[in-house]
Every structure is written in structure tokens, then in C-alpha cells.
Design a protein around this ligand. Structure first.
Ligand code: HEC
Ligand code: HEC
Length: 272
């Protein structure tokens, strides 16, 4: 599973390389001016909300990236691909297929349309990855991938990309290109792993608990506090604020243009 995602990401990058070599990208984000950009932004935000709902509600069966598990692969699902604005998807979600192992989920219109946005964005990402004939080997050398402009990547890092708000090339990212192979580094900056969410739970009395978020579904929230104690509450009895340190990265994955991603990677490859 991880390996598949990984190979697809490499292919995605390779497409970015090929496109960048052909000249400036022709993508909607660059072409359409302010209106198209605002629309892309709104879609990215809906997809990001949808991802959260999907991870909390559907991922246990369909996998966090919707490629399946106990439930079917929704990326290759003809039903999802033929769906227009939820016309096919929403009825399956709300009614479920109880006889075949999927319960119904009584979600509201907004959650349904966000999940729809997430699944379609996810399909677009995967299709971009796989549009490469023949597939790609695991060990693409950095020299073949890092052919963007390191200077433009650096400008993006400190400017539009906002990376420098959380990272520093002489601090946490110093030597990052030595630490990871080129394909690894690509995957890391698109989908970094390993930082759990934290949650602050406020009880009706006003008493607050904070810690690592272990579970939040429709009914329950559970955390482990700094001393290692497990706590859980019925969700409706408390107020919960969740902070996902990787939320920015996941949302950003839908927003990069090919050129941004390519220049940025070329810049990161210089951090040896
Ligand atoms: C308890 C496990 C489980 C959960 C949770 C679950 N599903 Fe499913 N889902 C399944 C199974 C199993 C199938 C395959 C049913 C079948 O064979 O027709 C399925 C089928 C589907 C299909 C039909 C795919 C197709 O090509 O026919 C869609 C769409 C879908 N699920 C979406 C979702 C979404 C969105 C959520 C979250 C709101 C969700 N599922 C939550 C188990 C689950
Ligand atoms: C809102 C804060 C935030 C922003 C903005 C941000 N990141 Fe991150 N990034 C993180 C966190 C948190 C991690 C996980 C760090 C960890 O596991 O130590 C991470 C991880 C990474 C990693 C993997 C580091 C490793 O050692 O595995 C790379 C590479 C990275 N980010 C690059 C970028 C780039 C490039 C940008 C700008 C396009 C960016 N980040 C913007 C918060 C941010």
C-alpha cells in the first residue's frame, strides 16, 4: 500500500519534470486569473475539510487515501468517477450497503459535498501520477528530478509557499537532501509523516485536558496526556479543539502548481 502510494508520487513528480521541461505549465491555476484561482482555493478547502471527515469516518474501511482496505478502492471505483456533485456518491454514503458491509452515514449536505470534493481531488492526484507510460523505477536519480530552478524554489520557500514560517534551511531542514534519497524527499515534503494531532478538551466545569489525540469519531474523544494517562469522554459532553501539525501540508498538496513543486524540490535538493 505505502509502496504503491510512493511509486505513484514519484510518477507524479516525473510528470511535473516533463511538463516543466516543456515550458511554463498550462494549468488552470496559472491561466485563469483571479476567478479561477479563487475557485481552485475554494475546492482545495472543501477537499481538505472532506479529507478530515473521510479520515474520521470512512478511512477505517477505505484507507486514508481512499485506495481501499476492508472496503473497496474508491479511486478506481466507476461509481465515484461517474459521480457529478454527489449524485451517485451521496446516496451510497447515506444509505450504505448494509448487506455488504457498509453501514449508512447520516451526514449533512456540507459534509457530503466536502467528501465528494476530497474524493475527486484524490482521483485527480492519482490520475496525474499514473498518466506516465511505463511507470517509473524506485531509484530515479536526483539529477533527473531536480531540473527546476533552485532560485525560484527558494523564493517560493520564503514567499508564496510560506515554508519559512515553520521551517529553516539551516535549522530543522539542514542537510535534508543528505538525509533522504531524492524520491524519499519528494514524498516527505508532500506528505510528511509521524506528527500526531494534539487536542484540548474542555469539560462543562471549565476544566481543560490536553494531550495527544488518540480517537475522535462521532461519539467519543480520547487523548493521552503528558503523564501518559488515557482519558476519554462522550463527544457531546465536551468541547474539543484539535490541532493537526500536518494539516497545512495535506491541504497544500492540492494547491501546488507543477512549476512550484518542481522548483521547490530543486531547492530542497541543494540543502546538503
Ligand atoms: C465499516 C466499513 C465501511 C465504512 C466505515 C465505509 N464503507 Fe464504504 N464500503 C464498504 C464496503 C465493504 C463497500 C463495498 C460494498 C459492495 O461490495 O458493494 C463499500 C462501498 C462504498 C462505495 C461504493 C463503491 C463502488 O464502486 O460501488 C462508496 C462510494 C463508499 N463505500 C463510500 C464510503 C464513504 C464516503 C464512507 C464514509 C462516509 C464509507 N464508504 C464508509 C465499507 C465501508
Ligand atoms: C504550518 C507549519 C508548516 C508549514 C507552513 C510547512 N511545513 Fe513542512 N512540516 C511541518 C511539520 C509539523 C512537519 C513534520 C515535522 C516532523 O515530523 O518533524 C513538516 C515536515 C516537512 C518535511 C519533512 C521533514 C523530515 O525531516 O521528514 C519537509 C521536507 C517539509 N516539511 C517541507 C516543507 C516545505 C517545502 C514547505 C513549504 C512549501 C513546508 N514544509 C511548509 C509543518 C509545516
Amino acid at each position: 500500500m505505502r509502496k504503491l502510494t510512493f511509486v505513484l508520487l514519484i510518477a507524479f513528480f516525473a510528470v511535473a519534470v516533463l511538463r516543466a521541461q516543456e515550458g511554463p505549465p498550462q494549468g488552470g491555476a496559472q491561466r485563469g486569473g483571479a476567478g479561477a484561482r479563487a475557485q481552485k482555493q475554494a475546492q482545495a478547502e472543501a477537499a481538505e475539510r472532506g479529507r478530515k471527515t473521510f479520515v474520521a469516518t470512512c478511512a477505517g474501511c477505505h484507507g486514508e487515501d481512499a485506495t481501499g482496505g476492508r472496503g473497496s478502492d474508491l479511486i478506481r471505483s466507476a461509481l465515484v468517477r461517474h459521480d457529478k456533485n454527489g449524485d451517485l456518491l451521496s446516496p451510497v454514503i447515506t444509505a450504505g450497503r448494509p448487506d455488504r458491509g457498509m453501514p449508512g452515514f447520516p451526514l449533512g449536505e456540507k459534509d457530503l459535498s466536502d467528501i465528494d470534493a476530497f474524493l475527486h481531488a484524490q482521483i485527480d492526484l492519482y490520475d496525474m501520477h499514473t498518466r506516465v507510460p511505463g511507470g517509473y523505477p524506485d531509484d530515479i536519480p536526483a539529477s533527473r528530478l531536480a531540473t527546476g530552478s533552485a532560485e525560484a524554489g527558494k523564493a517560493y520557500f520564503y514567499g508564496a509557499g510560506g515554508c519559512s514560517k515553520c521551517h529553516s534551511p539551516t535549522g530543522d531542514l539542514a542537510g535534508i537532501a543528505k538525509k533522504y534519497s531524492a524520491p524519499d524527499l519528494q514524498q516527505r515534503f508532500l506528505y510528511p509523516a509521524g506528527k500526531p494531532s494534539t487536542a484540548t478538551v474542555t469539560l462543562p466545569s471549565g476544566k481543560k485536558f490536553s494531550g495527544t489525540l488518540l480517537l475522535k469519531d462521532e461519539f467519543t474523544v480520547a487523548i493521552r496526556d503528558a503523564d501518559g494517562w488515557y482519558h476519554s469522554w462522550p463527544l457531546r459532553a465536551v468541547k474539543v479543539e484539535v490541532e493537526d501539525p500536518l494539516a497545512w501540508h495535506f491541504a497544500q498538496a492540492y494547491k501546488y502548481t507543477n512549476a512550484d513543486m518542481h522548483n521547490l524540490f530543486t531547492y530542497l535538493e541543494t540543502l546538503k
